[in-house]
Design a protein around this ligand. Structure first.
Ligand code: CAA
Length: 467
């Protein structure tokens, strides 16, 4: 299959990004929008994105002109008649998409492949709406499309042999890494990513920690490129909520119940970047560095933390202002439990701990160079371990290989390591034990260690089986 001319229908953020990716790879693009106003907005996205690359010196003015000249913009779908492939990126409403695919089926030549960039709808249902179900696939890009290196290529039970391979080869030509998967709700990335993001909203809703603290914990503690709330704002809260709904519809799992707080934000019209406000949006107040209110501190359970605080000028005393306790919990008015992950220090008080002690702990940890994350219990453990556990379940279900899941999360979401690589770095036993502790506390199936993880640890292994 040769793809020389590609149509992109819908030039919102994703569609315009996809059009840019094709044009950059030397492919002619016909970009279609419903009316002139939407078309102008689409052109605006293309100009802004390539303009930014020009400013950063990643494109020359000539290259930028060439890229833009490969894109023809039109409001007429009939202009897609010569396209070898059409990628659809219109709003996620099944009726609109079915109507579009019926239309494309009529307009496009019989050999053309029709692809959807849907993140939540069933590709098989769209295929079945056409007279060429064997040539309909999912081609799922990630936001921002010009940057993220992954394309999920979704084949269905009716896809003709060779179509998924041809579209995957095309993704390689675009400079992306394809991961070929079957038509299951959320595919690989959204099925893993969205429950984790939704879980972060639940922690916020339950007052476990504040928005910025949760974001800091995952970004600075785990090393993810964005915290869950910044990422929800990027993806769009409406899109995220829809994806959760589709996951729940298919799995009926507790893990996939959409957060009521997310639903409220969507109902309020707070959709993230696209509407100007989501979890972020109000201009953040400038935070002035706070001075530590504590001058004496005792650290119990970590010589490393004790040394860092001593180096930052804090002294031990018989009656310290605050006791930082690492490891085994202890109770006391001035005792604050601390867990250090990278440069993040999660801290929580017990029922006996005074608010003053928690505030002292927060301020002195900040002065000592940590990012303090006050929380009722560890945000990192709850969010990360449940997320990693989901990846083990996915592999065990036979949906995707370990290599594909790792590649998908690295390239689709910019993770420094895929979930299996991450579990191996942390230690499988630590992850399993962390899950067991969470399960004992919450009795939620999300935290019950996946049988494969449990068995590997029981067998004394510290790596996952790879083919
Ligand atoms: N368009 C084009 N280029 C962009 C861009 C955009 N919207 N945003 C960033 N870039 C480019 C920048 O120009 C820059 O390029 P150079 O390094 O060559 O100069 C590069 O990307 C990095 O950008 P920044 O330095 O401005 O910002 P950053 O280092 O903070 O990275 C990020 C930004 C790439 C978005 C990074 O934060 C990241 O990887 N975040 C995770 C995003 C993610 O998870 N996406 C998937 C969401 S799920 C999804 O999309 C699927 C779905 O169906 C919902």
């Amino acid at each position: 299959m040769v793809f020389e001319t590609v149509g992109v229908v819908g030039l919102g953020t994703m569609g315009a990004g996809i059009a840019e990716v094709f044009a950059r790879a030397g492919i002619r693009v016909v970009g279609v929008e419903a009316d002139q106003e939407a078309l102008d907005r689409g052109l605006g996205h293309l100009e802004a994105s390539t303009g930014r690359a020009l400013e950063k010196g990643r494109l020359s003015a000539g290259e930028r002109e060439e890229i833009l000249s490969r894109v023809t913009l039109t409001t007429s779908r009939d202009d897609l008649r010569d396209a070898d492939l059409v990628v659809e990126a219109i709003p996620e409403v099944m009726e609109y998409k079915v109507a579009l695919f019926t239309d494309l089926d009529r307009i496009c030549k019989p050999s053309a492949v029709l692809a959807t960039n849907t993140s939540s709808l069933q590709v098989t249902a769209l295929a079945a709406a056409t007279g060429r179900p064997g040539r309909v696939v999912g081609m799922h890009f990630f936001n921002p499309a010009p940057v993220m290196g992954l394309v999920e290529v979704v084949g269905t039970v009716v896809t003709e042999p060779g179509v998924v391979t041809s579209v995957s080869d095309l993704a390689v030509r675009l400079g992306k890494t394809p991961v070929a998967v079957g038509d299951r709700a959320g595919f690989v990335v959204n099925r893993l990513l969205l429950p984790y993001l939704n879980h972060a909203v639940t922690l916020l809703d339950h007052g476990v920690a504040a928005r910025d603290d949760i974001d800091n914990a995952m970004r600075l503690g785990v090393g993810l490129p964005m915290g869950p709330f910044s990422l929800l704002d990027l993806i769009g809260l409406d899109t995220s909520y829809e994806i959760m709904g589709v996951l729940f519809e298919e799995s009926r799992s507790e893990r996939h119940v959409p957060s009521p707080l997310l639903r409220s934000y969507v109902a309020a019209g707070w959709l993230g970047r696209k509407s100007g406000r989501g979890f972020y949006g109000e201009s953040a107040a400038e935070s002035t560095p706070e001075k530590a209110a504590a001058s004496t501190v005792r650290v119990e359970g970590s010589q490393e933390l004790a040394a860092t605080l001593a180096a930052a000028g804090f002294k031990d005393s018989a009656e310290p202002d605050v006791v930082l306790r690492v490891g085994e919990a202890a109770l006391g008015e001035r005792v604050v439990q601390v867990r250090v992950t990278g440069k993040v220090a999660e801290l929580s008080g017990s029922v006996l701990t005074s608010r003053q002690a928690v505030l002292c702990a927060r301020d002195l940890l900040r002065v000592a160079g940590y990012t303090p994350v006050p929380c009722r219990r560890s945000v990192i453990d709850a969010l990360l371990y449940a997320h990693l556990n989901d990846a083990v379940h996915m592999y065990s279900s036979g949906y995707a290989s370990i290599a594909d899941i790792d590649a998908a999360m690295r390239l689709g979401c910019g993770y420094p390591q895929g979930p299996f690589e991450l579990m191996e770095s942390i230690g499988l036993a630590k992850v399993r034990d962390g899950l067991r502790a969470l399960y004992a506390e919450h009795l939620s199936p999300s935290f019950a260690p996946a049988p494969l993880l449990d068995q590997l640890v029981t067998a004394g292994l510290d790596a996952f089986p790879r083919a």
